[in-house]
Write a new protein. Structure first.
Ligand code: GDP
Ligand code: GDP
Length: 455
Protein backbone atom coordinates (compact mmCIF):
# COMPACT_ATOMS: atom_id res chain seq x y z
CA UNK A 1 0.00 0.00 0.00
CA UNK A 2 1.10 3.51 -0.75
CA UNK A 3 0.05 6.60 1.13
CA UNK A 4 -2.29 9.03 -0.57
CA UNK A 5 -1.58 12.74 -0.55
CA UNK A 6 -4.32 15.21 -1.48
CA UNK A 7 -3.54 18.76 -2.59
CA UNK A 8 -6.32 21.12 -1.63
CA UNK A 9 -6.70 24.85 -1.74
CA UNK A 10 -8.46 27.56 -3.66
CA UNK A 11 -7.71 28.02 -7.37
CA UNK A 12 -4.36 29.49 -8.44
CA UNK A 13 -2.40 28.75 -5.30
CA UNK A 14 -0.16 26.35 -7.25
CA UNK A 15 -1.69 22.89 -6.79
CA UNK A 16 -1.14 21.82 -10.39
CA UNK A 17 2.38 23.14 -10.31
CA UNK A 18 3.19 21.04 -7.25
CA UNK A 19 1.35 18.05 -8.70
CA UNK A 20 3.42 18.22 -11.87
CA UNK A 21 6.62 18.53 -9.91
CA UNK A 22 5.80 15.49 -7.77
CA UNK A 23 4.75 13.24 -10.61
CA UNK A 24 7.28 14.29 -13.22
CA UNK A 25 10.00 11.83 -12.41
CA UNK A 26 7.66 8.98 -13.10
CA UNK A 27 6.44 10.03 -16.51
CA UNK A 28 3.46 11.82 -15.02
CA UNK A 29 0.76 9.56 -16.28
CA UNK A 30 -2.31 11.22 -15.04
CA UNK A 31 -5.54 9.37 -14.70
CA UNK A 32 -8.29 11.76 -15.53
CA UNK A 33 -11.70 10.28 -15.05
CA UNK A 34 -14.05 12.89 -16.38
CA UNK A 35 -17.63 12.56 -15.32
CA UNK A 36 -16.73 10.41 -12.40
CA UNK A 37 -14.32 12.63 -10.65
CA UNK A 38 -14.74 16.02 -12.26
CA UNK A 39 -11.37 17.52 -12.64
CA UNK A 40 -9.55 15.55 -10.03
CA UNK A 41 -6.21 14.25 -11.21
CA UNK A 42 -4.41 11.27 -9.81
CA UNK A 43 -0.73 10.65 -10.23
CA UNK A 44 2.00 8.31 -9.12
CA UNK A 45 4.70 10.28 -7.43
CA UNK A 46 8.27 9.28 -6.94
CA UNK A 47 10.05 12.13 -5.26
CA UNK A 48 13.23 12.18 -3.28
CA UNK A 49 12.93 8.45 -2.62
CA UNK A 50 9.31 8.66 -1.51
CA UNK A 51 6.74 6.76 -3.46
CA UNK A 52 3.08 7.75 -3.10
CA UNK A 53 -0.19 8.57 -4.83
CA UNK A 54 -1.07 12.21 -5.21
CA UNK A 55 -4.48 13.74 -5.94
CA UNK A 56 -4.83 17.22 -7.33
CA UNK A 57 -8.29 18.36 -6.38
CA UNK A 58 -10.43 20.93 -8.06
CA UNK A 59 -9.99 24.24 -6.35
CA UNK A 60 -12.33 24.80 -3.43
CA UNK A 61 -13.44 28.18 -2.26
CA UNK A 62 -15.30 26.85 0.74
CA UNK A 63 -18.60 28.61 -0.04
CA UNK A 64 -19.76 26.86 -3.19
CA UNK A 65 -23.33 26.63 -4.38
CA UNK A 66 -25.05 24.46 -6.98
CA UNK A 67 -22.72 22.72 -9.41
CA UNK A 68 -19.74 24.26 -7.68
CA UNK A 69 -20.86 22.69 -4.44
CA UNK A 70 -20.89 19.34 -6.19
CA UNK A 71 -17.35 19.93 -7.37
CA UNK A 72 -16.27 21.04 -3.96
CA UNK A 73 -17.75 17.91 -2.47
CA UNK A 74 -15.60 15.87 -4.83
CA UNK A 75 -12.58 17.64 -3.41
CA UNK A 76 -13.81 16.97 0.07
CA UNK A 77 -14.08 13.30 -0.76
CA UNK A 78 -10.47 13.35 -1.91
CA UNK A 79 -9.66 14.68 1.53
CA UNK A 80 -11.45 11.72 3.10
CA UNK A 81 -9.47 9.28 0.99
CA UNK A 82 -6.13 10.85 1.75
CA UNK A 83 -3.59 10.01 4.43
CA UNK A 84 -1.99 13.40 4.16
CA UNK A 85 -3.63 16.66 3.20
CA UNK A 86 -1.46 19.44 1.89
CA UNK A 87 -3.50 22.58 2.27
CA UNK A 88 -1.97 25.07 -0.13
CA UNK A 89 -2.20 28.81 0.26
CA UNK A 90 -0.60 31.65 -1.69
CA UNK A 91 2.17 33.24 0.36
CA UNK A 92 1.80 36.44 -1.64
CA UNK A 93 -1.90 36.92 -1.02
CA UNK A 94 -2.06 36.44 2.72
CA UNK A 95 -5.11 34.70 4.23
CA UNK A 96 -8.31 34.98 2.21
CA UNK A 97 -11.82 34.12 3.33
CA UNK A 98 -11.72 31.04 1.12
CA UNK A 99 -8.57 29.87 2.94
CA UNK A 100 -10.38 30.37 6.22
CA UNK A 101 -13.39 28.35 5.08
CA UNK A 102 -11.21 25.46 3.98
CA UNK A 103 -9.21 25.59 7.20
CA UNK A 104 -12.39 25.44 9.18
CA UNK A 105 -13.51 22.35 7.30
CA UNK A 106 -10.15 20.66 7.85
CA UNK A 107 -10.23 21.44 11.55
CA UNK A 108 -13.77 20.11 11.83
CA UNK A 109 -12.95 16.72 10.35
CA UNK A 110 -9.81 16.43 12.44
CA UNK A 111 -7.64 15.20 9.60
CA UNK A 112 -3.94 15.95 9.75
CA UNK A 113 -3.33 18.78 7.31
CA UNK A 114 -0.13 20.61 6.59
CA UNK A 115 -0.37 24.26 5.68
CA UNK A 116 1.83 24.91 2.69
CA UNK A 117 2.54 28.52 1.78
CA UNK A 118 3.50 28.49 -1.88
CA UNK A 119 5.33 31.05 -4.02
CA UNK A 120 7.88 32.11 -1.42
CA UNK A 121 10.41 32.77 -4.18
CA UNK A 122 11.54 36.37 -4.32
CA UNK A 123 9.66 37.52 -1.21
CA UNK A 124 10.39 37.66 2.50
CA UNK A 125 9.39 34.08 3.17
CA UNK A 126 9.39 34.21 6.96
CA UNK A 127 7.16 37.25 7.12
CA UNK A 128 4.79 35.83 4.53
CA UNK A 129 4.54 32.47 6.26
CA UNK A 130 3.92 34.00 9.67
CA UNK A 131 0.47 35.17 8.58
CA UNK A 132 -0.85 31.69 8.08
CA UNK A 133 -0.43 30.47 11.64
CA UNK A 134 -3.76 32.19 12.15
CA UNK A 135 -5.41 29.37 10.24
CA UNK A 136 -5.07 27.34 13.40
CA UNK A 137 -3.58 24.27 11.76
CA UNK A 138 -0.12 24.47 13.26
CA UNK A 139 3.17 24.77 11.46
CA UNK A 140 3.36 26.55 8.10
CA UNK A 141 5.71 25.19 5.47
CA UNK A 142 7.04 27.58 2.87
CA UNK A 143 7.71 26.27 -0.62
CA UNK A 144 8.14 27.43 -4.19
CA UNK A 145 6.45 24.68 -6.17
CA UNK A 146 7.61 26.19 -9.43
CA UNK A 147 11.26 25.87 -8.42
CA UNK A 148 11.17 23.00 -5.97
CA UNK A 149 12.39 24.97 -3.00
CA UNK A 150 11.22 23.56 0.33
CA UNK A 151 9.41 20.60 -1.22
CA UNK A 152 11.87 18.00 0.00
CA UNK A 153 11.73 19.05 3.63
CA UNK A 154 7.95 19.37 3.48
CA UNK A 155 7.64 15.77 2.27
CA UNK A 156 10.05 14.59 4.91
CA UNK A 157 7.96 16.21 7.61
CA UNK A 158 4.69 14.71 6.46
CA UNK A 159 5.99 11.28 5.51
CA UNK A 160 8.26 10.39 8.37
CA UNK A 161 5.32 9.66 10.68
CA UNK A 162 3.84 7.37 8.00
CA UNK A 163 6.89 5.23 7.28
CA UNK A 164 5.90 2.60 9.80
CA UNK A 165 2.43 2.12 8.32
CA UNK A 166 3.64 2.24 4.72
CA UNK A 167 6.91 0.37 4.41
CA UNK A 168 6.52 0.31 0.60
CA UNK A 169 6.68 4.04 0.21
CA UNK A 170 10.46 4.11 0.39
CA UNK A 171 11.29 1.31 -1.96
CA UNK A 172 14.81 0.00 -1.64
CA UNK A 173 15.29 -1.53 -5.06
CA UNK A 174 17.01 -4.89 -5.25
CA UNK A 175 20.26 -3.32 -6.35
CA UNK A 176 22.76 -5.73 -7.74
CA UNK A 177 26.41 -5.15 -7.13
CA UNK A 178 28.32 -3.86 -10.08
CA UNK A 179 30.65 -6.83 -9.92
CA UNK A 180 29.95 -9.26 -12.67
CA UNK A 181 28.54 -12.54 -11.56
CA UNK A 182 27.06 -11.39 -8.29
CA UNK A 183 23.91 -9.98 -9.71
CA UNK A 184 21.67 -12.88 -8.84
CA UNK A 185 22.44 -12.67 -5.17
CA UNK A 186 19.17 -11.23 -3.94
CA UNK A 187 16.94 -12.82 -6.49
CA UNK A 188 18.13 -16.32 -5.80
CA UNK A 189 16.93 -16.02 -2.23
CA UNK A 190 13.33 -15.56 -3.32
CA UNK A 191 11.28 -18.53 -4.45
CA UNK A 192 8.65 -16.77 -6.52
CA UNK A 193 6.79 -19.97 -7.35
CA UNK A 194 6.11 -20.65 -3.70
CA UNK A 195 4.51 -17.26 -3.13
CA UNK A 196 0.82 -16.64 -3.79
CA UNK A 197 0.45 -14.67 -7.00
CA UNK A 198 -1.38 -11.43 -6.33
CA UNK A 199 -3.79 -10.77 -9.15
CA UNK A 200 -5.78 -7.55 -9.51
CA UNK A 201 -8.74 -7.13 -11.83
CA UNK A 202 -9.10 -3.50 -12.80
CA UNK A 203 -11.07 -1.46 -15.30
CA UNK A 204 -13.60 1.30 -15.64
CA UNK A 205 -17.05 0.98 -14.12
CA UNK A 206 -19.31 -1.55 -15.87
CA UNK A 207 -16.68 -3.27 -17.98
CA UNK A 208 -17.50 -6.52 -16.18
CA UNK A 209 -14.99 -6.77 -13.33
CA UNK A 210 -17.51 -8.14 -10.84
CA UNK A 211 -18.86 -10.60 -13.36
CA UNK A 212 -15.33 -11.80 -14.10
CA UNK A 213 -14.41 -12.01 -10.43
CA UNK A 214 -17.53 -14.04 -9.67
CA UNK A 215 -16.87 -16.26 -12.66
CA UNK A 216 -13.33 -16.98 -11.49
CA UNK A 217 -14.41 -17.56 -7.91
CA UNK A 218 -17.34 -19.67 -8.98
CA UNK A 219 -15.05 -22.04 -10.76
CA UNK A 220 -12.49 -22.28 -8.03
CA UNK A 221 -12.34 -23.32 -4.47
CA UNK A 222 -12.44 -20.19 -2.44
CA UNK A 223 -10.52 -20.63 0.74
CA UNK A 224 -11.58 -17.53 2.61
CA UNK A 225 -13.30 -14.42 1.57
CA UNK A 226 -14.86 -11.24 2.75
CA UNK A 227 -12.24 -9.56 4.79
CA UNK A 228 -13.66 -6.26 5.87
CA UNK A 229 -11.96 -3.04 4.96
CA UNK A 230 -12.86 0.52 4.25
CA UNK A 231 -14.31 1.59 0.92
CA UNK A 232 -10.84 2.70 -0.05
CA UNK A 233 -9.42 -0.78 0.33
CA UNK A 234 -9.85 -3.68 -2.00
CA UNK A 235 -10.86 -7.07 -0.69
CA UNK A 236 -8.19 -9.77 -0.77
CA UNK A 237 -9.51 -13.17 -1.67
CA UNK A 238 -7.17 -16.16 -1.38
CA UNK A 239 -7.90 -18.86 -3.93
CA UNK A 240 -6.32 -21.86 -5.52
CA UNK A 241 -6.21 -22.84 -9.16
CA UNK A 242 -4.44 -25.81 -10.71
CA UNK A 243 -2.45 -26.29 -7.54
CA UNK A 244 -1.23 -22.73 -7.41
CA UNK A 245 -2.07 -20.17 -4.76
CA UNK A 246 -3.43 -16.81 -5.75
CA UNK A 247 -4.70 -13.78 -3.96
CA UNK A 248 -7.38 -12.10 -5.98
CA UNK A 249 -7.52 -8.38 -5.33
CA UNK A 250 -11.15 -7.45 -5.82
CA UNK A 251 -11.54 -3.79 -6.73
CA UNK A 252 -15.13 -4.27 -7.83
CA UNK A 253 -16.46 -4.86 -4.37
CA UNK A 254 -18.05 -8.17 -5.30
CA UNK A 255 -18.03 -9.29 -1.71
CA UNK A 256 -19.43 -6.03 -0.51
CA UNK A 257 -22.39 -5.55 -2.73
CA UNK A 258 -25.41 -4.06 -1.09
CA UNK A 259 -23.41 -2.64 1.73
CA UNK A 260 -22.35 0.46 -0.10
CA UNK A 261 -23.87 2.83 -2.59
CA UNK A 262 -23.23 0.88 -5.78
CA UNK A 263 -23.01 3.58 -8.38
CA UNK A 264 -20.92 5.99 -6.42
CA UNK A 265 -18.73 3.96 -4.15
CA UNK A 266 -18.18 0.83 -6.19
CA UNK A 267 -15.54 2.46 -8.31
CA UNK A 268 -12.75 4.35 -6.67
CA UNK A 269 -9.65 5.49 -8.48
CA UNK A 270 -7.61 5.29 -5.31
CA UNK A 271 -8.73 1.73 -4.72
CA UNK A 272 -7.77 0.83 -8.26
CA UNK A 273 -4.34 2.42 -7.97
CA UNK A 274 -3.69 0.76 -4.64
CA UNK A 275 -4.71 -2.60 -6.08
CA UNK A 276 -2.28 -2.12 -8.96
CA UNK A 277 0.49 -1.30 -6.52
CA UNK A 278 -0.29 -4.41 -4.49
CA UNK A 279 -0.52 -6.81 -7.42
CA UNK A 280 2.06 -8.92 -9.21
CA UNK A 281 -0.10 -9.20 -12.29
CA UNK A 282 -2.96 -6.93 -13.33
CA UNK A 283 -5.82 -8.00 -15.58
CA UNK A 284 -6.96 -4.83 -17.34
CA UNK A 285 -10.56 -5.30 -18.42
CA UNK A 286 -11.87 -3.38 -21.42
CA UNK A 287 -15.48 -3.36 -22.63
CA UNK A 288 -15.72 -4.54 -26.25
CA UNK A 289 -19.01 -2.73 -26.60
CA UNK A 290 -17.52 0.66 -25.81
CA UNK A 291 -14.79 2.43 -27.72
CA UNK A 292 -11.45 2.37 -25.96
CA UNK A 293 -11.24 5.50 -23.88
CA UNK A 294 -8.38 7.48 -22.45
CA UNK A 295 -9.43 6.12 -19.09
CA UNK A 296 -8.72 2.58 -20.25
CA UNK A 297 -5.33 3.64 -21.55
CA UNK A 298 -4.56 5.58 -18.40
CA UNK A 299 -5.22 2.55 -16.24
CA UNK A 300 -2.92 0.44 -18.39
CA UNK A 301 -0.35 3.22 -18.26
CA UNK A 302 -0.59 3.28 -14.48
CA UNK A 303 0.02 -0.42 -14.24
CA UNK A 304 3.06 -0.23 -16.52
CA UNK A 305 4.41 2.81 -14.73
CA UNK A 306 4.19 0.91 -11.50
CA UNK A 307 6.21 -1.88 -13.13
CA UNK A 308 3.36 -4.39 -13.01
CA UNK A 309 2.84 -7.24 -15.44
CA UNK A 310 -0.40 -7.02 -17.33
CA UNK A 311 -2.88 -9.08 -19.30
CA UNK A 312 -5.59 -7.34 -21.30
CA UNK A 313 -9.08 -8.84 -21.25
CA UNK A 314 -11.52 -7.53 -23.85
CA UNK A 315 -14.81 -8.49 -22.26
CA UNK A 316 -18.40 -8.90 -23.57
CA UNK A 317 -17.10 -10.64 -26.71
CA UNK A 318 -20.30 -12.73 -26.80
CA UNK A 319 -22.97 -11.99 -29.37
CA UNK A 320 -20.97 -9.62 -31.56
CA UNK A 321 -21.01 -9.90 -35.36
CA UNK A 322 -17.80 -10.82 -37.14
CA UNK A 323 -17.63 -7.41 -38.76
CA UNK A 324 -17.94 -5.75 -35.41
CA UNK A 325 -15.23 -7.96 -33.98
CA UNK A 326 -12.83 -7.12 -36.80
CA UNK A 327 -13.50 -3.46 -36.27
CA UNK A 328 -12.76 -3.76 -32.55
CA UNK A 329 -9.53 -5.59 -33.24
CA UNK A 330 -8.35 -2.88 -35.61
CA UNK A 331 -9.13 -0.26 -33.00
CA UNK A 332 -7.19 -2.23 -30.38
CA UNK A 333 -4.18 -2.55 -32.67
CA UNK A 334 -4.21 1.15 -33.22
CA UNK A 335 -4.54 2.25 -29.61
CA UNK A 336 -2.69 -0.45 -27.72
CA UNK A 337 0.53 -0.24 -29.74
CA UNK A 338 2.39 0.96 -26.66
CA UNK A 339 1.68 -2.32 -24.88
CA UNK A 340 2.27 -4.67 -27.79
CA UNK A 341 4.06 -7.02 -25.39
CA UNK A 342 0.89 -7.73 -23.42
CA UNK A 343 -1.38 -10.64 -24.32
CA UNK A 344 -4.88 -9.66 -25.33
CA UNK A 345 -7.75 -12.07 -24.62
CA UNK A 346 -11.26 -11.85 -25.95
CA UNK A 347 -13.57 -13.13 -23.28
CA UNK A 348 -17.11 -13.32 -22.05
CA UNK A 349 -17.16 -13.08 -18.30
CA UNK A 350 -20.91 -13.65 -18.49
CA UNK A 351 -20.68 -17.00 -20.28
CA UNK A 352 -17.21 -17.95 -19.15
CA UNK A 353 -15.63 -18.28 -22.56
CA UNK A 354 -11.94 -17.45 -22.66
CA UNK A 355 -11.70 -16.95 -18.91
CA UNK A 356 -9.59 -20.06 -18.29
CA UNK A 357 -7.05 -19.05 -20.92
CA UNK A 358 -6.49 -15.78 -19.12
CA UNK A 359 -4.62 -17.67 -16.44
CA UNK A 360 -2.06 -19.03 -18.90
CA UNK A 361 -1.12 -15.48 -19.76
CA UNK A 362 -1.16 -14.43 -16.11
CA UNK A 363 1.33 -17.17 -15.28
CA UNK A 364 3.42 -16.39 -18.32
CA UNK A 365 3.61 -12.71 -17.39
CA UNK A 366 4.56 -13.57 -13.82
CA UNK A 367 7.23 -15.99 -14.97
CA UNK A 368 8.58 -13.34 -17.35
CA UNK A 369 8.74 -10.78 -14.59
CA UNK A 370 10.55 -13.03 -12.14
CA UNK A 371 12.84 -15.11 -14.34
CA UNK A 372 16.50 -15.26 -13.45
CA UNK A 373 18.84 -13.94 -16.07
CA UNK A 374 22.60 -14.22 -15.75
CA UNK A 375 25.17 -11.62 -16.60
CA UNK A 376 26.77 -13.61 -19.41
CA UNK A 377 23.43 -14.15 -21.15
CA UNK A 378 22.48 -10.49 -20.87
CA UNK A 379 25.87 -9.38 -22.11
CA UNK A 380 25.60 -11.78 -25.04
CA UNK A 381 22.21 -10.39 -26.00
CA UNK A 382 23.59 -6.87 -25.73
CA UNK A 383 26.46 -7.78 -28.04
CA UNK A 384 24.10 -9.30 -30.60
CA UNK A 385 22.02 -6.13 -30.51
CA UNK A 386 25.15 -4.05 -31.13
CA UNK A 387 26.23 -6.31 -34.00
CA UNK A 388 22.92 -5.83 -35.74
CA UNK A 389 22.77 -2.13 -35.12
CA UNK A 390 25.73 -0.07 -33.90
CA UNK A 391 25.11 2.58 -31.26
CA UNK A 392 25.29 6.07 -32.74
CA UNK A 393 28.14 8.57 -32.57
CA UNK A 394 27.83 11.25 -29.93
CA UNK A 395 30.10 14.28 -30.30
CA UNK A 396 32.18 12.36 -32.83
CA UNK A 397 32.68 9.31 -30.62
CA UNK A 398 30.77 6.08 -30.79
CA UNK A 399 28.84 5.24 -27.63
CA UNK A 400 30.44 2.15 -26.16
CA UNK A 401 28.37 -0.48 -24.37
CA UNK A 402 30.54 -2.81 -22.30
CA UNK A 403 28.44 -5.30 -20.40
CA UNK A 404 24.97 -5.89 -19.01
CA UNK A 405 23.66 -7.44 -15.83
CA UNK A 406 20.36 -7.86 -14.06
CA UNK A 407 19.52 -5.04 -11.69
CA UNK A 408 16.33 -6.42 -10.24
CA UNK A 409 13.21 -8.40 -10.95
CA UNK A 410 9.48 -7.96 -11.04
CA UNK A 411 9.76 -6.02 -13.29
CA UNK A 412 13.05 -7.08 -14.84
CA UNK A 413 15.70 -4.39 -14.86
CA UNK A 414 18.75 -4.62 -17.06
CA UNK A 415 21.74 -2.44 -16.26
CA UNK A 416 24.10 -1.64 -19.10
CA UNK A 417 27.56 -0.26 -18.41
CA UNK A 418 29.59 1.68 -20.93
CA UNK A 419 30.93 5.04 -22.01
CA UNK A 420 28.75 8.01 -22.93
CA UNK A 421 25.73 5.83 -22.25
CA UNK A 422 23.79 8.70 -20.74
CA UNK A 423 23.82 10.35 -24.16
CA UNK A 424 22.22 7.41 -25.95
CA UNK A 425 19.29 8.73 -27.99
CA UNK A 426 15.81 7.54 -27.03
CA UNK A 427 15.40 5.66 -30.30
CA UNK A 428 18.42 3.48 -29.57
CA UNK A 429 17.26 2.89 -26.02
CA UNK A 430 13.93 1.68 -27.35
CA UNK A 431 15.70 -0.52 -29.85
CA UNK A 432 17.68 -2.12 -27.03
CA UNK A 433 14.57 -2.56 -24.88
CA UNK A 434 12.76 -4.32 -27.70
CA UNK A 435 15.78 -6.42 -28.52
CA UNK A 436 16.10 -7.61 -24.93
CA UNK A 437 12.39 -8.24 -24.73
CA UNK A 438 12.37 -10.43 -27.84
CA UNK A 439 15.58 -12.26 -27.00
CA UNK A 440 14.48 -13.03 -23.46
CA UNK A 441 10.99 -14.01 -24.55
CA UNK A 442 9.51 -11.63 -22.00
CA UNK A 443 5.72 -11.32 -22.29
CA UNK A 444 3.33 -9.14 -20.40
CA UNK A 445 5.83 -7.34 -18.26
CA UNK A 446 7.49 -3.99 -18.76
CA UNK A 447 11.25 -4.30 -18.91
CA UNK A 448 13.46 -1.46 -17.80
CA UNK A 449 16.92 -0.73 -19.11
CA UNK A 450 19.17 1.57 -17.14
CA UNK A 451 22.57 2.87 -18.11
CA UNK A 452 25.65 3.35 -15.99
CA UNK A 453 28.68 5.31 -17.02
CA UNK A 454 31.80 3.20 -16.59
CA UNK A 455 34.56 4.94 -14.72
P1 GDP B 1 -3.85 25.73 -9.10
O1 GDP B 1 -5.04 26.42 -9.70
O2 GDP B 1 -3.89 25.76 -7.60
O3 GDP B 1 -3.62 24.36 -9.66
O4 GDP B 1 -2.57 26.66 -9.46
P2 GDP B 1 -1.47 26.51 -10.63
O5 GDP B 1 -0.52 25.41 -10.32
O6 GDP B 1 -2.17 26.47 -11.93
O7 GDP B 1 -0.66 27.85 -10.43
C1 GDP B 1 -1.30 29.14 -10.53
C2 GDP B 1 -0.25 30.17 -10.93
O8 GDP B 1 0.76 30.30 -9.92
C3 GDP B 1 0.49 29.81 -12.20
O9 GDP B 1 0.66 30.97 -12.96
C4 GDP B 1 1.84 29.31 -11.71
O10 GDP B 1 2.86 29.53 -12.64
C5 GDP B 1 2.05 30.14 -10.47
N1 GDP B 1 2.93 29.47 -9.50
C6 GDP B 1 2.83 28.20 -9.05
N2 GDP B 1 3.82 27.91 -8.18
C7 GDP B 1 4.58 29.03 -8.08
C8 GDP B 1 5.76 29.35 -7.33
O11 GDP B 1 6.33 28.53 -6.61
N3 GDP B 1 6.22 30.61 -7.46
C9 GDP B 1 5.64 31.53 -8.26
N4 GDP B 1 6.18 32.73 -8.33
N5 GDP B 1 4.54 31.26 -9.00
C10 GDP B 1 4.00 30.02 -8.92
P1 GDP C 1 -18.05 -3.81 -13.11
O1 GDP C 1 -18.64 -2.48 -12.77
O2 GDP C 1 -16.82 -3.65 -13.92
O3 GDP C 1 -17.86 -4.70 -11.93
O4 GDP C 1 -19.11 -4.50 -14.13
P2 GDP C 1 -20.18 -5.67 -13.86
O5 GDP C 1 -19.52 -6.98 -13.68
O6 GDP C 1 -21.09 -5.20 -12.79
O7 GDP C 1 -20.92 -5.71 -15.27
C1 GDP C 1 -21.60 -4.58 -15.80
C2 GDP C 1 -22.69 -5.05 -16.75
O8 GDP C 1 -22.11 -5.74 -17.86
C3 GDP C 1 -23.63 -6.04 -16.10
O9 GDP C 1 -24.94 -5.77 -16.58
C4 GDP C 1 -23.15 -7.39 -16.60
O10 GDP C 1 -24.16 -8.35 -16.66
C5 GDP C 1 -22.65 -7.05 -17.99
N1 GDP C 1 -21.60 -7.97 -18.43
C6 GDP C 1 -20.48 -8.32 -17.73
N2 GDP C 1 -19.74 -9.20 -18.44
C7 GDP C 1 -20.40 -9.41 -19.60
C8 GDP C 1 -20.12 -10.24 -20.75
O11 GDP C 1 -19.13 -10.96 -20.85
N3 GDP C 1 -21.02 -10.18 -21.78
C9 GDP C 1 -22.13 -9.38 -21.71
N4 GDP C 1 -22.94 -9.41 -22.76
N5 GDP C 1 -22.41 -8.62 -20.64
C10 GDP C 1 -21.57 -8.62 -19.59
Amino acid sequence: MLPVVALVGRPNVGKSTLFNRLTRTRDALVADFPGLTRDRKYGQADYDGYHFIVIDTAGVHGDEQGIDAEMASQSLRAIDEADVVLFMVDARDGITSADQAIAQHLRSIGKKAYVVANKIDGIDADAAQADFYELGLGEVYGIAAAHGRGVESLLQRCFDPLLEDYPDMSPTPVEATDEEGEDELHHSEIDYDALPLKLAIVGRPNVGKSTLTNRILGEERVVVYDMPGTTRDSVFIPMERDGRDYILIDTAGVRRRGRIDETVEKFSVIKTLQAIEEANVVICVIDARETISDQDLNLIGFALNAGRSIVIAVNKWDGLSNDHREEIKRELDRRLGFVDFARVHFISALHGSGVGNLFESVLEAYASATQRIGTSKLTRIMEMAIDEHQPPLVRGRRVKLKYAHAGGYNPPRVIIHGNQVNDLPGAYQRYLTNYFRKSLGVMGTPIKIEFRESS
